[in-house]
Design a protein around this ligand. Sequence first.
Ligand code: FAD
Length: 504
Amino acid sequence: MTEASPLSIVIVGGGTAGWMTAAAFGHFLGPGFTVRLIESEQIGTIGVGEATIPQIRMFNDALGIDENQFIRETQATFKLGIEFVGWLRPGSHYMHAFGDVGRPIGLCGFQHYWSRARRLGFGGPTHDYCLNDIAGKQNRMHRGAPLTARNVPEMPHAFHFDAGFYAAFLRRFAEARGVVRTEGRIDEVLRDGEQGNVTGVRLQSGEVVTGDLFIDCSGMRALLMSALGVGYEDWTHWLPCDRALAVPSGRVEDFTPYTRSTAHDAGWQWRIPLQHRTGNGRVYCSSFVSDDDAAASLLAHLDAPALDDPRPIRFTTGRRREAWSHNVIAVGLSSGFLEPLESTSIHLIQSAISRILKFMPGRVQAQADRDEYNRQFTFEMERIRDFIVLHYHLNARDEPFWRACREMALPDSLTHRIELFRANGHIFRDADELFSEVAWFQVMAGQGIVPAGSHALAEAIPETDLKDYMAALNQLYSREAGRYPSHADYIARHCAARPLDAVP
Ligand code: FAD
């Protein structure tokens, strides 16, 4: 009996997508596989992508990565949610916090009680009933079991981290598990004449790297997907921002445990606090504002002096028509790009890796597998797209950009969601979609919708009981959050970066 030769996997690209994929393959695949990653320092990486959502912890846990070490080595801070400033109108703000808002009572989601209270005139905004939100506002953080009362939920959290340190961290992890890195620029993609599969890539040096399965992590260039002629579905009519400027600024002493997203006249600005610096960027629509005006406005709205010149990035929102074609699977920016508004790109990388590991194609690949993979990919992208479009659409701002967003025709799936919530506060999460009922609730409420009615169970409780219940929830969460240490103290005590970690 002859032993099969190992399946050879080639990862093209060494940004966050490439190294996350390499780390996972190095960890999960056994001796029957070889994994090689090719990247070009000359081309470099996109270098942004510093805010995450709580699912990142599942990725780290699955790889056995120690959370304190990870925080230390990537200069990370904790993220409890995203604060949206000015998104409904100038001066407004709300939080999309991770975790629950209020508590469901029996069959009935909290949003039904909240909307009835709002209509009766005593309900506060959703952020009055959310532990993460209240703790975020007090700049406090706690992990693990609650300090006191058993019935207080834990704080779900994600991280802000330095993208460069994260890639370096994952590279060390992957190389220690047998992944081989090749430095070099790919000049040509080679395909077989029969099925059109990719057989190899030719580097500038002349070396040809062959493989059985290729993972396209080449970023927006989408080197392999383009060579296969896989098209791109453009979503600019729903997500019209097409440019960004990124700039680091100095460290802020009392860094907040949340990302801030502030709406401006033709887009928005992010602020991501890290231990050693702050990441900032302006996302904007070039049909409504010039590059110079966007840069001037970005620099005028920093909390600390800029450490560099703003770096321009161009993009087209949308998705690859197929994420798996022939023997190539696209992961990361090569598979599409949504707005960074809800920090979903790194999650999409992680989700693609887990999907690949579920299918784990060998040398002979079935079209049925590809079709199912692509169906799941499309569903995931479209639902996240709807969630992001929601923020833009439900605004009451005056500028031409925002008016255009308000007047645009929506995807039917999103129109349906909004109508359901507007009528009686109903929100239904489809199987496997990323954002939960609570996430949709916070954004729809934050963007100004108060449902016209509620579930009959919520309408049935006496008004005084409802009033007491809402007040008690707010007091409970405020008291609990008040017991947590400050974010900066917490990091200093458990996971502060050492000076050495600041050196790439
Ligand atoms: P890249 O980082 O571009 O890596 C591409 C790799 O391919 C590089 O190593 C490059 O050298 C290599 N390569 C390309 N061509 C060749 C070639 N010919 N030969 C050899 N190598 C080649 N995501 C989040 O989750 N949270 C955020 O807060 C967030 N903010 C963002 C803000 C902006 C403005 C943008 C544009 C994106 C943001 N993202 C965010 C997305 C995130 O940055 C990316 O998903 C992530 O960095 C993955 O990028 P990548 O690895 O796919 O591509």
